[in-house]
Design a protein around this ligand. Structure first.
Ligand code: NAD
Length: 306
C-alpha cells in the first residue's frame, strides 16, 4: 500500500521502517530536521511535506507527541495546509500517538466529516517494541476500518486488539497505564518496606511472584536489581518507559476522570507521584525508578537493611 508516515521520532521511524520492510511504499515526513536526517540515513523515502505525502497516500499514519499536534496537522491550523484536505476521499487515517480520548474523538469527527476513514491506534511496547515490530495496538473505530488496517498493524506489532468505537483505543491504553502506574508504585513500596523489615529482595520476589501479589510491575519490571536480570533496575533504570511518559499518560487519565466524574483515588494519587518524579530523575529514568524516591522519602532516607 502507499503509506504516508508522519512523525519519525523515537517510535515513528522504526515503525515506518517495519512497514517499508514489509513491502509497503512508505513516504515519511517530520517537522524536525534532526528526525528527517535520521530517517533519510536509514533509507526511508522522504516527502517534501506532510501534505505532499498525504496527497499520494492510501493510508496516512501519524505518530506525534500530543493531540494538539494531531488536530493541527489534520486541519492545517499549524500552518502548511491540512492533511484532511490534501488526501484523496476515503483515505484511511491512522493515529498511533497517545492522546486524550476526547481529542481522538474530535480527530475521528474531523476525518469522517472530510470524507475519510479514521482509527485511533495507540501502542504499548516502547522503542524496543517498535524496533522489533512487537508493539501492541489498541484500536478504536469501525470494524471494517479495523480489518483494513490489520495487515499494517500486524507488520508493526504482535498484538492487535479492536477495543470499540472512536476513541476507545485511547481509553484502553489510558486505563491500562493507570493500573500499571499504581501497581509499579505499590511494588516499589513493598520492596522498601521489606528492606526495612530485613527481608531480602529475592525472598520477597520468590514469594510474591508466585502468590497473589504477582503482576507485570513485579515479574517483568522488577524495581530492584537481581531477581529479574532484564528489568531496567539492573541498568540504573535505563532504558525503559520514562517517568515523564508515564506522567503524560496519567495526565490523560486525569482529564478523562475529570470528564466522567469517576472516583479514581489511587489513579489520581499515582498521577501526583509521577508528576513530581517526571520533574526530576523521572525525565530520564524508567518509571520503576520511583523506588528511589520512595526510599529517599522514607524515615531514615536511603538506608537499606536488606
Ligand atoms: P518523539 O517526540 O520522539 O516523536 C514525535 C515526532 O513527531 C517528533 O519527531 C516531531 O518532530 C514529530 N512531529 C510533530 N508534529 C509533526 C507534524 N505536524 N508533522 C510531522 N512531524 C511532526 O515521540 P515518541 O517517543 O516517538 O512518541 C510518539 C507518541 O507515542 C507519543 O504520543 C508517546 O506518548 C507515544 N508512545 C511513546 C512510547 C515511547 O516509549 N517513546 C511508548 C508508547 C507510546
Amino acid at each position: 500500500m502507499k503509506i504516508a508516515f508522519l512523525g519519525l521520532g523515537h517510535m515513528g521511524l522504526p515503525m515506518a521502517l517495519s512497514l517499508s520492510g514489509a513491502g509497503h511504499e512508505v513516504s515519511g515526513f517530520d517537522v524536525s530536521a534532526a528526525s528527517l536526517d535520521a530517517a533519510a540515513q536509514s533509507g526511508l523515502a522522504i516527502a517534501a511535506s506532510g501534505v505532499a505525502a498525504a496527497r499520494d497516500a492510501e493510508v496516512v499514519i501519524t505518530m506525534f507527541q500530543t493531540g494538539r499536534q494531531v488536530l493541527d496537522a489534520y486541519t492545517g491550523a499549524g500552518g502548511g495546509g491540512g492533511l484532511l484536505e490534501a488526501a484523496a476521499p476515503g483515505t484511511l487515517f491512522l493515529d498511533c500517538s497517545t492522546i486524550a480520548v476526547d481529542e481522538a474523538q474530535a480527530a475521528h469527527e474531523l476525518a469522517t466529516t472530510a470524507g475519510h476513514r479514521m482509527l485511533d491506534a495507540p501502542v504499548s511496547g516502547g522503542v524496543v517494541g517498535a524496533e522489533n515490530a512487537t508493539l501492541a495496538f489498541m484500536v478504536g473505530g469501525s470494524e471494517v476500518d479495523f480489518e483494513a488496517a490489520r495487515p499494517l498493524l500486524e507488520a508493526m506489532g504482535r498484538r492487535v486488539v479492536h477495543c470499540g468505537g472512536p476513541g476507545l483505543g485511547q481509553a484502553a491504553k489510558m486505563c491500562n497505564n493507570m493500573i500499571l502506574a499504581v501497581s509499579q508504585i505499590v511494588v516499589a513500596e513493598a520492596f522498601v518496606l521489606g528492606e526495612r523489615l530485613g527481608l531480602s529482595h529475592q525472598a520477597l520476589f520468590d514469594v510474591a511472584s508466585n502468590a497473589s501479589g504477582q503482576c507485570w510491575a513485579l515479574t517483568t519490571n522488577c524495581p530492584v536489581p537481581g531477581p529479574v536480570p532484564t528489568s531496567p533496575a539492573n541498568n540504573d533504570y535505563r532504558p525503559g518507559f520514562s517517568g515523564a511518559l508515564m506522567a503524560k499518560d496519567l495526565g490523560l487519565a486525569e482529564q478523562a476522570v475529570g470528564l466522567t466524574g469517576v472516583e479514581a483515588r489511587m489513579g489520581m494519587l499515582a498521577r501526583e507521584i509521577y508528576r513530581e518524579f517526571a520533574e526530576g530523575d523521572g525525565s530520564r529514568q524508567d518509571f520503576s525508578g520511583i523506588i528511589n524516591t520512595i526510599r529517599a522519602e522514607s524515615a531514615g532516607g536511603d538506608e537499606r537493611t536488606a
